[in-house]
Write a protein that binds this ligand. Structure first.
Ligand code: GLU
Length: 259
C-alpha cells in the first residue's frame, strides 16, 4: 500500500521544542510498515516549533528564522530514529509552484517514486523560509493531500491533537461526539469544524476537512486521528480506526502503474 502520513506540530512539539519520544514512536511505526513492504511518505510539520526556543528575540522574521533553525533539527531527529531500523530518510522542501509547474511536479513525483522504490522514507515540509505570500501552499494538511493525490496514494493519514472530527468542538463541549465515518463532505460537515488554530502550527480541523475533501474527490481515502494514540498509524490501516474515516468513492480510486 502507498500511504502518505501527515504529522502536525501539536503531535510532536511543545513550547520547549520537539518531543523526542513521540518522534521515536512514530518513526518506529513507520519503519515497521516500510519493512512490511508498504511505501510511506511523511509530511511533517514541526520546524517552527523545533526552532522557536532558539529565537528568544522579537523580530518580524522570527518564524522564518525558527523554521530555518528548526528544519535541520526536525530532520535530524527523524534521521537518528530511522537509522535504528536501517531506514534511510530524504528531505524534500516544497513551495506551491512545485505543484503548479508541470516540470517541477513531474520531478517531484518521479523523485519520490524513485525513493519509495528503494524503501527510502521521503520527509516533506513546506519550504517555510523561501515562501512568501505568492508561493505559499497554506498549510501542511493540504500539502499532504496534494502529495497523496500526486502519488496516487491509497491512503492519506492526518495525525493531529484531536481524535478526529466531532459533532462540535470537543475542547469546549463535553457532549461532543466523534464522527467515525464521512461519506460526503458537504457544507453540514464543513460547518462542524472549529476555527480554533494551534499556536505553533497552521491548520485546525477545518483544514483537515478541506484536505480530506480534496484527497477524497481524487479517490484517496483520508483518515484523521490522534497522533498521541498508541499505534495510531497501524490502527489506521485496520478496520477499527479510532478516528474519522473520510471515504473516497471507489470509482475515483487512482490507478498506479508500479515501476
Ligand atoms: N511548515 C510549518 C512547520 O514545519 C508548519 C505548517 C503547518 O502546520 O501546516 O513548522
Amino acid at each position: 500500500m502507498r500511504i502518505v502520513i501527515k504529522v502536525g506540530t501539536q503531535v510532536i512539539a511543545s513550547k520547549n521544542g520537539l518531543d523526542q519520544k513521540k518522534i521515536a514512536k512514530l518513526t518506529k511505526e513507520i519503519s515497521f510498515l516500510i519493512k512490511k513492504g508498504h511505501q510511506v511518505v511523511l509530511v511533517s510539520s514541526g520546524a517552527i516549533g523545533a526552532g522557536l526556543p532558539s529565537v528568544p528575540f522579537t523580530n518580524p522574521h522570527r518564524k522564518k528564522i525558527a523554521a530555518a533553525i528548526g528544519q535541520p533539527i526536525l530532520i535530524h531527529d527523524y534521521y537518528r530514529e530511522a537509522k535504528k531500523y536501517k531506514i534511510s530518510i530524504g528531505q524534500i522542501l516544497i513551495l506551491s509552484n512545485d505543484f503548479t509547474n508541470p516540470e517541477r511536479f513531474k520531478n517531484l513525483v518521479s523523485n519520490m517514486e524513485a525513493m519509495l522504490s528503494h524503501k527510502i522514507l521521503p520527509i516533506i515540509n513546506e519550504n517555510d523560509v523561501m515562501k512568501g505570500e505568492d508561493l505559499t501552499i497554506g498549510d501542511n494538511d493540504i500539502l499532504g493531500a496534494k502529495v497523496a493525490v500526486g502519488l496516487k496514494a491509497d491512503k492519506l493519514i492526518i495525525l493531529t491533537n484531536q481524535n478526529g472530527l466531532h459533532t462540535c468542538n470537543p475542547d469546549h463541549n463535553e457532549n461532543a461526539k466523534l464522527i467515525k465515518e464521512v461519506k460526503n463532505i458537504n457544507s453540514k460537515i464543513e460547518n462542524l469544524c472549529s476555527v480554533d488554530k494551534s499556536d505553533l502550527g497552521l491548520g485546525g480541523m477545518i483544514s483537515k476537512v478541506s484536505a480530506a475533501k480534496y484527497a477524497t474527490s481524487h479517490g484517496v481515502e483520508t483518515l484523521v486521528g490522534n497522533g498521541k494514540e498508541k499505534d495510531i498509524i497501524i490502527k489506521a490501516l485496520g478496520k477499527d480506526f479510532p478516528g474519522t474515516r473520510f471515504i473516497a468513492p471507489a470509482s475515483l480510486k487512482p490507478r498506479r502503474t508500479e515501476k
